[in-house]
Design a protein around this ligand. Structure first.
Ligand SMILES: [Mn+2]
Length: 363
């Protein structure tokens, strides 16, 4: 991992903003900046301090050994808290004469309040500093996302053989999770969505014990997580033979998905991708049933920058990994979404998802 490169990008912004020190406590931002593997879990208690000269990783005794190991050969030094992480940090900053401290805008309010009270000097909130740098993925990051996409594709193929009338949504979701986690994923990228029949009209349906029936649409939205990096894919299939309406909606969504992908290239406004997908559904008279944005960035988090919707002011950067996921939802009847993961390139994009997109009818 290119920890030097990432630190340099943060330091450039700090210099431009005139801030002598920045404290990063968001887990994905810390993982990104340090490049540490096998340290972060859901319960991590840690903080990264970045100044022009120093890069310090503070944690407690539970993570000390793993962090010290991961830090070998990196610009990071590891400190173990003496009693309270933030009190230690504020004392050190004071001793070093640092009078202004930058914090992430995502910092929880309680932590913000505590640090503001402990730190002798002024605290400034910086919005999306590390998140902005994270938008452009390096080769090592793209490799992990590609691997996550491969496991996701393979899990879909496996799911096609598992889905049949009588299975519940929960059984299918668990089968997908178990399969991914026994075939190279260290976790699921998010709780898989398996929405059948009328449940599929909810874009983010929660899994239920509903039994899949003949003629049902089944919408599957899931992804693997490999070495911290996530994949995201949606496919919609029919159990049995698709009816006229299912076919018509499916073809329109597929056309919108392809139009969105065709619109992507580095440097354009992200809103243009949304407009391209939406225009197709408009032509089909279905635009009012497409109730969410066309896509989002994916990486260490399942939803990150850039945002691909009509209100987005983000520009697509070469090296960003984004989803293209138009959908049409007919309330109480069914919904269709087709989602691919792509890497933005200068002249277009490279699609990482390789699962088939022709309408699959499971018999
Ligand atoms: Mn998605």
């Amino acid at each position: 991992m290119n920890a030097e490169h990432r630190l340099a990008a943060v330091r450039r912004t700090l210099l431009a903003e005139g801030i002598p020190a920045m404290l990063i406590t968001d887990a994905s931002n810390m993982r990104y900046l340090t490049g540490f593997d096998d340290v972060f879990d859901d319960g991590i208690n840690a903080a990264c301090l970045v100044t022009a000269e120093r890069a310090r990783f503070y944690t407690d005794a539970r993570y000390r050994e793993a962090a010290a190991q991961a830090a070998i050969g990196t610009p990071w030094s590891v400190r173990c808290e003496s009693g309270s992480l933030y009190i230690d940090i504020c004392r050190e900053l004071q001793a070093e004469g640092v009078s202004e401290l930058g914090l992430e805008s995502s910092v929880p309010y309680g932590r913000f309040k505590f640090i503001s009270e402990q730190f002798v000097g002024s605290v400034r909130v910086l919005d999306g500093l590390v998140e902005g740098v994270r938008q452009t993925k390096d080769a090592a990051e793209i490799e992990r996302i590609e691997e996550a996409a491969r496991v996701t594709d393979a899990a879909f193929e496996h799911a096609l053989g598992f889905i049949k009338p009588g299975r519940t949504e929960r059984e299918v979701a668990l089968e997908i999770e178990f399969w991914m986690r026994t075939h190279g994923a260290d976790a699921v990228a998010f709780q898989p969505i398996v929405a059948s029949g009328p449940n599929s009209s909810r874009p983010h349906a929660t899994v239920t014990d509903r039994r899949i029936g003949q003629g049902d649409i089944v919408k599957l939205d899931f992804g693997a997580c490999v070495r911290g990096y996530r994949a995201d894919m949606t496919r919609t299939v029919v159990v049995g033979e698709a009816d006229e309406q299912q076919r018509r909606v499916y073809e329109a969504v597929l056309e919108a998905n392809l139009a969105g992908i065709a619109a992507i290239r580095g440097g354009i406004p992200a809103a243009e991708v949304d407009a391209a997908a939406r225009a197709v559904l408009e032509r089909h008279g279905l635009a009012d049933r497409f109730s969410h944005g066309t896509g989002h960035g994916v990486g260490l988090d399942i939803h990150e920058l850039p945002t691909l919707n009509a209100r987005s002011r983000d520009q697509l950067r070469t090296g960003s990994v984004v989803t293209v996921e138009p959908g049409v939802y007919l309330e109480g009847v069914f919904g269709v979404r087709i989602e691919d993961l792509v890497v933005v390139e200068e002249a277009g994009c490279r699609v990482l998802t390789s699962s088939p997109k022709d309408l699959i009818q499971i018999d």
